[in-house]
Design a protein around this ligand. Structure first.
Ligand code: FAD
Length: 427
C-alpha cells in the first residue's frame, strides 16, 4: 500500500477538510487502544458517490475499510486483521433525514443521523423510532443497525431487524445495492435488510436506511422496588412480565449503586398507565415485597440505560449472557457469589449484561461456568490481557452456522475489504 498516495487520493475525493490523519491524535478518539494499530486516515464522505469512490481507491491500494459512526461500538469484537492497513470511513457528514412520511409511518435517513436527531425530527408529529438505545446523542443509525442493538423496550417493539424496511449500501467494487423500500409490505426474495442488520460493518457501507416508526405513547413510567437480591428481583420481574398487566419491560439490576431492584416500564394511554401502576403495586405486595415504590425520573432511567453501553473507562470486562428467561434467576444466583459484578437483566428476553472493573482473568471462567452450556456469551468489552491468554472467542463458541457465515462473507466481500477479521471466528 502506498500510504501517501492513498491519503492524497482521499483528499481529492472528499476534500482536504474531510480527511483527517489516522495517527494517534485522531485515532485515539475513535479506535480502541486494544487494536494496537491506527488507521491510515479517517475520511468523512458527504454522499454515496463519495463512498463508492473511497471503496474503489481503497481496494485498488489493497487496504481495508472499517465503517464507523461515533465509534462507541468498535470496542466490541476483534481488531481488524494485521495483514492489511485500514482506513476509517466515518459517517458524520452522511447525516441527513432524506424523507419523512408521517401518514405512512416511515422515515428514510442517512446512516450518520443520530437517534437523538431522529427523535427530535419525529417528535412534532408525535411519532418515534421504537429503539431506546443507550447514548442516543452518540448512537448513529448505521451503527445501531450494524450492531442490531435494542434498548429496554425490546420485548414490546423488537430490534432494528424488526424495524428496518429498506436499505442501500455500497459493497465491494463500489457496487451500490438496494433492498426493501419505503412500503411496510415485504416482497419475495432474500431479505437484504436482514443481511446487513447485525453485520458489524463486514459486508459494505450502509448509505441509506428506511424505518417504520410508531405513534408516540401518551404516558410512560419506570417503576422500581428494592429487592433482597438481583436474583430475587429477576424472579419478581418475570412474574410481573407474565401477569395480565403486561408491562413494556421488566428489569432486574444492581446498577448504578449496587442496590438490587426490579424496574418495570409501563407505556400507553394515560388511563392504561395509571391502571398498570396500581395493579403492579398490588401485585408486588402480594408477592411479598414491601419496599416502597420509587417512580424513576427521566434522568435516572436514561442513566441506567446509558451505563449499558459500558463506555466508562473503569469497566475492564463487559459480557452479555443470553439464555432462556426462566434460566436467568439461576444464572444470576451463581453470579451473586462473585464480588463487584454489575448486572442488568432484561428478563422478558433472557439477556443479562454483566460488567466488572476487576481485571482478574479467572472471572471469565466464572462467568462461563455460571451460565448453562446452551447460553450464549458475547464479550462486549474485554481487555486483551484478559481475553488473549485464554483465547476467548469474543463472539461466542463456534456454532454449526459459522460455515454458512464464512461462505457468505467470502462470496460478498471476496477481497476482505470491509472490517476484515472483526467478526465471528475472525471473519
Ligand atoms: C459494550 C457495549 C454494549 C452495548 N450494549 C447495548 C445494548 O445492550 N443495547 C443497546 O441498545 N445499545 C448498546 N450499546 C450502545 C449502542 O447500541 C452502540 O454503541 C451504538 O449502536 C453504536 O453506534 P455508533 O454510531 O457509535 O456505532 P460505531 O461504534 O461507530 O459502529 C458500530 C459497528 O457498526 C459498524 N458501522 C457503523 N456505521 C456503519 C455503516 N454506515 N455501514 C456499515 N457498518 C457500520 C461499525 O463498523 C461497527 O462494527 C452498547 C455499546 C457498547 C460499546
Amino acid at each position: 500500500v502506498d500510504t501517501r498516495e492513498l491519503t492524497q487520493q482521499m483528499c481529492a475525493t472528499v476534500g482536504a477538510e474531510n480527511r483527517f490523519p489516522g495517527d494517534e491524535r485522531v485515532g485515539r478518539a475513535l479506535v480502541p487502544g486494544a487494536w494496537g494499530a491506527w488507521p491510515l486516515c479517517v475520511v468523512q464522505p458527504g454522499s454515496p458517490a463519495e463512498v463508492t469512490a473511497i471503496v474503489h481507491l481503497t481496494e485498488q491500494a489493497g487496504a481495508a475499510i472499517v465503517p464507523c459512526g461515533s465509534g462507541s461500538g468498535l470496542i466490541t469484537g476483534y481488531p481488524p486483521t494485521a495483514d492489511k492497513p485500514f482506513i476509517l470511513l466515518q459517517t458524520a457528514r452522511l447525516n441527513r433525514i432524506l424523507d419523512y412520511q408521517p401518514d405512512d409511518l416511515t422515515v428514510t435517513c442517512e446512516p450518520g443521523v443520530t437517534l437523538e436527531q431522529l427523535h427530535a425530527a419525529l417528535a412534532p408529529r408525535r411519532q418515534f423510532l421504537a429503539l431506546d438505545s443507550p447514548l442516543p446523542e452518540r448512537t448513529t443509525l448505521g451503527g445501531l443497525v450494524s450492531m442490531n442493538r435494542a434498548g429496554f423496550s425490546r420485548p414490546s417493539y423488537g430490534t432494528p431487524r424488526d424495524l428496518l424496511i429498506g436499505v442501500k449500501a455500497v459493497m465491494t467494487g463500489g457496487v451500490e445495492v438496494k433492498g426493501g423500500g419505503k412500503v411496510v409490505k415485504n416482497v419475495a426474495g432474500y431479505d437484504v435488510c436482514k443481511l446487513f442488520t447485525g453485520a458489524w460493518g463486514t459486508l459494505g457501507v450502509l448509505t441509506e436506511l428506511t424505518f417504520k416508526v410508531r405513534p408516540a405513547n401518551e404516558a410512560e413510567l419506570s417503576l422500581s422496588w428494592d429487592c433482597p437480591s438481583v436474583s430475587a428481583a429477576a424472579e419478581l420481574a418475570l412474574e410481573l412480565y407474565w401477569s395480565k398487566i403486561s408491562p413494556a419491560y421488566a428489569l432486574a439490576t444492581n446498577e448504578p449503586e449496587g442496590r438490587a431492584a426490579v424496574i418495570v416500564g409501563i407505556q400507553g394511554t394515560a388511563a392504561r398507565v395509571l391502571w398498570q401502576q396500581e395493579e403492579l403495586a398490588r401485585q408486588v405486595r402480594r408477592l411479598g415485597i414491601n419496599s416502597p415504590l420509587i417512580v424513576l425520573g427521566e434522568t435516572e432511567t436514561s442513566y441506567l440505560r446509558d451505563v449499558q453501553a459500558r463506555v466508562h473507562r473503569d469497566v475492564r470486562l463487559g459480557c452479555r449472557i443470553t439464555c432462556l428467561p426462566t434460566e436467568l434467576p439461576g444464572v444470576i444466583r451463581n453470579l451473586e457469589l462473585l464480588p463487584t459484578l454489575r448486572m442488568t437483566a432484561q428478563c422478558a428476553v433472557g439477556t443479562l449484561n454483566v460488567a466488572s472493573p476487576n481485571p482478574d482473568p479467572a472471572l471469565t471462567l466464572s462467568l462461563r461456568s455460571a451460565a448453562p452450556r446452551s447460553a450464549h456469551l458475547l464479550w462486549t468489552r474485554i481487555e486483551p490481557e484478559l481475553s488473549k491468554p485464554q483465547k476467548i472467542a469474543l463472539w461466542g463458541e463456534a456454532r454449526p452456522d459459522f460455515v454458512l457465515q464464512r461462505a457468505l462473507k467470502q462470496a460478498l466481500d471476496p477481497k476482505r475489504t470491509f472490517s476484515p477479521g472483526r467478526f465471528l471466528g475472525g471473519l
